[in-house]
Design a protein around this ligand. Structure first.
Ligand code: FAD
Length: 407
């Protein structure tokens, strides 16, 4: 950098789109890039383009609070997110790129005997599925996280906490860059500033995409556009889809000395907080509860989040807030994702990540690539179909996770 970046080589090429590919992946977020990487690395399919309307990593992959965990209740989710956790544990080596994966633990605080029971039940389900989980008493929590108000006179006294020691955080945009560079090195074309404006079709069959950089044909078109899913599907003539888009905000404080060494979540409301390597506290809360495609949020939600963090960590009230931003979440109706063929022939769909798609990035890319390459799901994504909504076979994680009553 001191040389004015003169001798720096770009981490990936900037190719023009070719007229035709085997696979086009729409969306250069974490999931799209991971999918392209695993198509090349696991299935030898390298004639692949990722088309991104902005720059790589401009969406939610670069906007999240970076929490990685597999502390779910339902067996389908436990299997999927634990598969992801195992990929995370080797990701920096696999990509030869430091994604700064830090297994510092995620601690879910419970604030009533009923909530403690529910969390212990989830901890038992996790252990049953081979995932690490520990129950901590208020005394153990006070020793582990000294900044917390663990007194009996706290606004919401702490009844205990569920800890997943292997959970943690990662550097979010490094994940995008790592997958991008590794996919590019295997021959994948990463095409930025290229918005998909329509679909090429032969009857119902999808045969390519129209973009702001011209038409591109492909045998298979895979959609991984997160909060833009319903808008892009409209361009394929699908008007109604079980995904709602909502803004989720995140916040960073000024940098301070080491204050909290794990991720802590507040069960009396909805708040999650960790400290970045630079020293800032990184935190977020619930959605802005109206539909929006704007990447910014509103002040009442910000106020709500601030009041929660001050209830949990009173000392934080004196800190200054440095930045806030928003991302557009693809909320499914049961809190679980969709990774499947369809809904039209030649089209493949990856969406419905709600609050939790960052941690899913490796497993999502792995299983989506598998589904595209083999035209059948991998065992971990087989339950996450679109037809589950028609069949009433919802995988309802909304009421069970560490963040109850999300919708
Ligand atoms: P994105 O990065 O949004 O990628 C989609 C891409 O599609 C975008 O780059 C977009 O520009 C592109 N696109 C859209 N339309 C088109 C088009 N027509 N043509 C071409 N390209 C198009 N998850 C966790 O697991 N842990 C967390 O702590 C966490 N915290 C979060 C906090 C916030 C504030 C937010 C916003 C999200 C958080 N998430 C978290 C969720 C997670 O970030 C998302 O679920 C995940 O990043 C979504 O997948 P993606 O990375 O592929 O999405």
């Amino acid at each position: 950098a001191l040389s004015g970046n003169r001798d720096w080589k770009p981490a990936w090429r900037k190719p023009d789109p070719k007229p035709r590919y085997d696979v086009i992946v729409i969306g250069g977020g974490g999931h799209g890039l991971a999918t392209a990487y695993y198509l090349a690395a696991e299935h030898g399919i390298t004639n692949v383009a990722v088309v991104e309307k902005g720059w790589l990593g401009s969406g939610n992959i670069g906007r999240n609070t970076t929490i990685v965990r597999s502390n779910y209740l339902l067996p389908e989710s436990v299997r999927f997110y634990e598969f992801s956790m195992k990929l995370w544990e080797n990701l920096s080596h696999e990509l030869n790129y430091n994604v700064m994966f830090s297994q510092r633990g995620v601690l879910n605080l419970a604030h009533s005997p009923g909530q403690a029971d529910a969390f212990i039940r989830r901890g038992n389900a996790m252990r049953h599925g081979g995932v690490d989980a520990e129950w901590l008493t208020p005394q153990q929590i006070a020793r582990k996280v000294p900044g917390l108000d663990t007194s009996g006179s706290a606004r919401f006294p702490i009844a205990g906490g569920l800890l997943q020691p292997r959970a943690g955080t990662a550097r979010h945009d490094a994940v995008a860059w790592g997958y991008a560079r590794a996919a590019d090195r295997r021959g994948v074309d990463l095409i930025e500033n290229c918005e998909v404006t329509g679909f090429l079709r032969d009857g119902d069959q999808i045969t390519g995409v129209s973009t702001t950089r011209g038409d591109i044909r492909a045998k298979k078109v895979a959609l991984a556009v997160a909060g833009s899913t319903s808008r892009v599907l409209q361009r394929a003539g699908i008007e109604r889809f079980p995904i709602e888009s909502h803004v989720l905000q995140a916040f960073v404080s000024e940098a301070i000395k080491p204050f909290v060494n794990c991720v802590v979540t507040f069960g009396a409301g909805h708040l999650y907080m960790s400290q970045s390597d630079k020293g800032g506290l990184v935190f977020g809360g619930s959605l802005d509860f109206y539909n929006s495609y704007a990447q910014r949020g509103n002040l009442p939600t910000a106020e709500d989040v601030m009041s929660e963090i001050c209830a949990m960590f009173p000392a934080v009230a004196r800190l200054r807030l440095l930045r806030s931003w928003g991302g557009v979440m693809d909320m499914s109706m049961d809190g679980s994702p969709i990774i499947t063929r369809g809904p039209l022939p030649g089209l493949y769909l990856n969406c419905g990540w709600c609050y939790g798609g960052f941690k899913a990035t490796p497993a999502s890319g792995y299983s989506f690539a598998w589904t595209i390459a083999r035209d059948e799901p991998h065992a971990i994504n087989a339950p996450f179909t679109l037809s589950r909504f028609e069949r009433g076979a919802a995988i309802d994680e909304t009421g069970h996770g560490p963040t109850p009553k999300l919708h």
